[in-house]
Design a protein around this ligand. Structure first.
Ligand SMILES: [Zn+2]
Length: 439
């Protein structure tokens, strides 16, 4: 989508325009003056002046964009603990372009090489450019993504590594619009979208799923090391967004990450994240891999948090309960690689407590509803496997259903859960009882 240059300070727009205008022999004119002279449309709000050569069309929603931008600005301030009142005069200039030559000719897009060629968008301090998009939701997302860059470059002097710069732009731009009647439009931040319709055309969750299923989901270390030029592919944006969403959402990391985001957003940002109190590279890497593996709309960080305790050797029968409203749960029983045990499960869980379509599930699951190839509510028993080769780590399901035998894939604890989307857990009640028995 977009390159972000190293911070050039808030004067960049003036500097770039000054150079262009000096060449044209003109006096200092505002971007709006230049746009007006070139016959471009101008939409202005409190924090955004939007200039476009897009032909005027009824219901194209362009006139709504500055108002949406202003609401988004308030949430960005909140995210960084800035007082919006202290930045009431902050303003960005956005050029929404169909034909970039028109902007060059108008003196609104420097032609002297100060702005590199870009595909979808580019931000330099308080000015950004983006190519028009046919989908209004995606156009608005891209506008806000570049807006976040403008915000962090100017108000936070951001010069952080690309994973954070692009990840936070995606994270803070993701939203849905609620329309209360005809006039009122509400910007609702959905950094981790609740449902597909909240993030039309972004495709990040789907892309990460594909990478995971292909065995090539990026590790947290790989995301941290993402090169700037990698941010041309959807996968890199998706992975950067996932890293920010994970650090900002996971109960073990969110407080420390929020505190780190209040410190300088400079090139030491990643080191600072890893130096936070309680940070453990191996644990963070494992939690991130588990997050990416199970990522879905509405992912519930608190219910999906995993206890990685090593557990005690399973030498005698052990009975554990499996909550219907949580992700992977540690049984406290650990196996040696190749060790065999048997299991039986009983009980009932309720799926969809709050809805009219309340269903009960036994450990075999509900064959009317499926998730990721298995009936919803089906009992899954797994171990966390970290292969020696370059394969990605993850939970390997060893057994499922009401009874059976298990052969341990590795040395370590057994985990149990019900098969369900990590966005639907809050709607479940009840538990299963599982007995694990060595032969
Ligand atoms: Zn960007």
């Amino acid at each position: 989508m977009h390159h972000t240059p190293r911070s050039r300070g808030p004067g960049f727009w003036a500097l770039a325009m000054g150079l262009t205008l000096a060449a044209a022999g003109a006096a200092a004119e505002s971007p709006a003056d230049l746009a007006r002279r070139a016959g471009l449309q101008i939409f202005a709000g409190r924090h955004l002046t939007l200039l476009t050569d897009r032909p005027r069309r009824a219901d194209d929603g362009l006139d709504e964009l500055p108002g949406v931008f202003d609401q988004a600005f308030a949430t960005w301030c909140l995210h960084y603990g800035l007082d919006p009142a202290q930045h009431a005069s902050w303003r960005a200039v956005g050029c929404l372009m169909v034909d970039r030559e028109r902007f060059r000719a108008a003196g609104l897009l420097p032609a002297d090489g100060t702005i590199p060629e870009f595909e979808n968008g580019f931000c330099a301090a308080d000015c950004f450019w983006l190519m028009d998009q046919s989908n209004p939701d995606y156009r608005r997302h891209l506008l806000l993504h570049e807006g976040v860059h403008a915000f962090t470059l100017t108000l936070r002097a951001a010069d952080a590594p690309p994973w954070y710069t692009e990840g936070i732009a995606e994270y803070l731009a993701t939203h849905r619009l609620d329309r209360d009647g005809v006039a009122a439009l509400r910007f609702v931040p959905t950094p981790l979208p609740r449902r597909r319709a909240d993030a039309e055309q972004l495709g990040r969750i789907e892309r990460l799923r594909q990478l995971h299923d292909a065995g090539s989901a990026p590790s947290l270390a790989a995301v941290f090391a993402t090169a700037p030029q990698a941010h041309r592919a959807l996968g890199a944006y998706a992975a950067s967004w996932a890293a920010v969403a994970f650090l900002a959402g996971h109960p073990a990391h969110r407080e420390a990450f929020a505190a780190t985001e209040r410190l300088p957003l400079d090139r030491d940002f990643t080191s600072r994240v890893r130096a936070a109190p309680g940070w453990d590279d191996r644990a963070a890497s494992r939690d991130f891999a588990a997050f990416v593996a199970d990522l879905d709309y509405g992912y519930d960080f608190d219910r999906m948090a995993i206890d990685w305790s090593p557990g005690a050797p399973l030498t005698a029968p052990r009975t554990v309960s499996v909550a219907g409203d949580r992700g992977w749960q540690n049984t406290g029983g650990s196996l040696e690689q190749g060790q065999q045990i048997s299991f039986t499960a009983s009980g009932r869980i309720t799926v969809g407590q709050a809805s009219a379509y309340r269903l009960q599930s036994s450990p075999d699951g509900i064959t009317l509803r499926w998730y990721r190839g298995r009936p919803v509510g089906r009992l899954l028993i797994a171990q966390w496997v970290e292969p020696d080769d370059d394969q990605q780590p993850g939970f390997r399901v060893l057994a499922e259903g009401a009874s059976g035998t298990i052969t341990a894939a590795t040395a370590g604890p057994l985990f149990v859960k019900l098969n369900e989307s990590p966005g639907e857990l809050a709607d479940h009640g009840g538990e299963f009882t599982v007995t694990l028995a060595p032969p």
